[in-house]
Design a protein around this ligand. Structure first.
Ligand SMILES: C[S@@+](CC[C@H](N)C(=O)[O-])C[C@H]1O[C@@H](n2cnc3c(N)ncnc32)[C@H](O)[C@@H]1O
Length: 465
């Protein structure tokens, strides 16, 4: 009798846990869909809150993350799959029920380890909680039908409709895939889309003014973080296992900064020297500013500007945590920089606001927030910032332009147009300033599928004496 009761209790506990994980995921997805919340921020908030209340195990955390990231990323494909089993347009379904269906379809079609019965039953449980008798029946019918007849879903022919096929298969907006297929070809576009769906490993930059990389590696190991050394930068670490970062003392002590490897390359290509005066024109939240500051051995001066004061607050917090005292911040529009510091800086970095199309793998919802229009609008701002910031470079000084995008309109075209109209600047081979894997490239374009890092563009120019 006691044994049966214990078994029942165990079943109830594990059932409750499962329902909780899906319910937490549903809550985050609803916030993304109806309130426009950023998936990574809403998820971190929800997970941290529940971890602090002792409600979530590590396994739950991983499952919730998988459900949220997967469902958000696969959004359009899930709706297209659902279209095969619905007798009304998906837009006519109440948002919460639509999200329960998407979550269910994601598990049925893309999460092999989730049993079909669990995907269906738990979705029905959610429908009971958030819907009424009619919606429970509806969710049950749609999901069981999909589970019974998955063959109803037929992807478009890849030769006849390559962009549509890749877009549905790899969860990318069709306008973007169309661009990439035309420019890169089918196979490269497929590899890029595939890579964009793999959540990248966390990478950290050693704060070299406090600790060296070997010591940090050891210290992190003691805190349960398993890393290996970056093959791109001498201070980078790539972590393949780690607890929640907020629990790490080494982070609070300022021993490292979270930063992608390709982003770390920018400061190396700028090649700052101790004692210089450097302007980081679009500096917040300070990833590159603080790297430049460390490469200058905490000497000289870096003026980190940004149009948003609230973002500069984060730059200042990072600088304080990392123990850097050579950084000043100032809120201003970089388009007006030349009015304040003409010919004053040894080096200027323009890490321009961009479409972020090189970092789609980082944020599951970002691909769905962008439209082709950004590639019309952003280049005007990028050019204006570069032109103004360039006037702050001393004769003989250096100008670096970088973005986290892969699109020529925001990258090569901006730099080529600038060079064509500014004969006092010469292009220098950015690839030769790479700290480890040197390349002959004049302008550097890094790709997630080719280089295993975020898609980044970096160009280095020198002002003539
Ligand atoms: C790519 S982010 C910079 C990231 C930063 N360099 C780092 O490494 O942490 C671009 C920044 O440009 C800022 N920005 C956008 N328009 C601007 C403008 N007109 N003037 C100055 N900053 C601007 C944004 O607020 C954003 O923080």
């Amino acid at each position: 009798m006691i044994l049966i009761q214990q078994q029942k209790l165990k079943m109830v506990t594990s059932m409750t846990k499962k329902v909780d994980a899906r319910e937490v995921a549903l809550k985050v997805i609803n916030e993304v869909e109806s309130k426009g919340a950023y998936a990574n921020i809403a998820l971190a908030h929800e997970i941290n809150r529940r971890i602090s209340q002792g409600q979530l195990s590590d396994q739950d955390r991983r499952f919730i993350t998988e459900l949220v990231y997967g469902t958000v990323k696969a959004g359009a494909t899930l709706d297209w799959i659902l279209g095969n089993y619905l007798n009304r347009p998906i837009t006519k379904i109440a948002p919460v029920i639509r999200n329960i269906l998407r979550l269910g379809i994601y598990q049925l079609f893309f999460l092999e380890k989730v049993p079909v019965s669990a995907a269906c039953n738990q979705s029905v449980e959610l429908a009971k909680k958030y819907g009424h008798a009619g919606t429970v029946k509806f969710v049950n019918g749609v999901l069981r039908n999909a589970a019974r007849s998955p063959e109803k879903v037929e992807y478009p022919n890849q030769d006849k409709q390559p962009a549509k096929y890749l877009s549905l298969k790899y969860f990318h907006p069709e306008w973007l895939v169309e661009r990439w297929v035309n420019r890169l070809g089918f196979s490269a576009c497929e590899a890029l889309c595939q890579t964009n769906n793999i959540t990248p490993l966390l990478s950290l930059r050693t704060n070299t003014i406090k600790i060296d990389r070997k010591q940090l590696l050891q210290r992190l190991e003691e805190e349960g973080v398993l890393c290996h050394e970056s093959v791109w930068t001498p201070e980078g670490l790539v972590c393949y296992q780690h607890p929640s970062l907020s629990t790490l003392k080494s982070l609070q002590e300022g021993l490292f900064q979270v930063q992608d490897e390709s982003s770390m390359l920018v400061a190396h290509i700028l090649d700052p020297k101790p004692g210089e005066f450097i302007i980081d024109a679009c500096g917040a939240p300070g990833g590159k500013t603080t790297h430049i500051a460390a490469l200058m051995d905490n000497t000289g001066q870096i003026l980190s500007t940004d149009i948003y004061e609230h973002k500069l607050e984060i730059t200042r917090e990072n600088a304080t945590r990392l123990g850097l005292t050579n950084i000043e911040t100032r809120a201003l529009d970089a388009v007006t920089l030349d009015q304040f510091f003409p010919g004053k800086a040894d080096k200027v970095l323009v890490d321009a606001p961009c479409s972020g199309l090189g970092v789609l793998r980082r944020k599951p919802d970002s691909r769905w927030r962008k439209t082709a229009d950004i590639l019309q609008d952003l280049p005007k701002l990028q050019s204006a910032i570069l032109t103004s910031a360039a006037q702050c470079v001393k004769p003989g000084g250096t100008l670096v332009y970088s973005t986290c995008t892969t699109e020529p309109e925001e990258n090569q075209n901006i730099v080529n147009n600038f060079l064509n109209t500014h004969s006092d600047f010469d292009l220098e081979p950015a690839g030769e300033y790479l700290p480890i894997q040197r390349r002959p490239d004049k302008m550097l374009q890094l790709w997630p599928h080719l280089d295993g890092v975020d898609g980044f563009f970096i160009a280095r120019m020198k002002r003539r004496n």
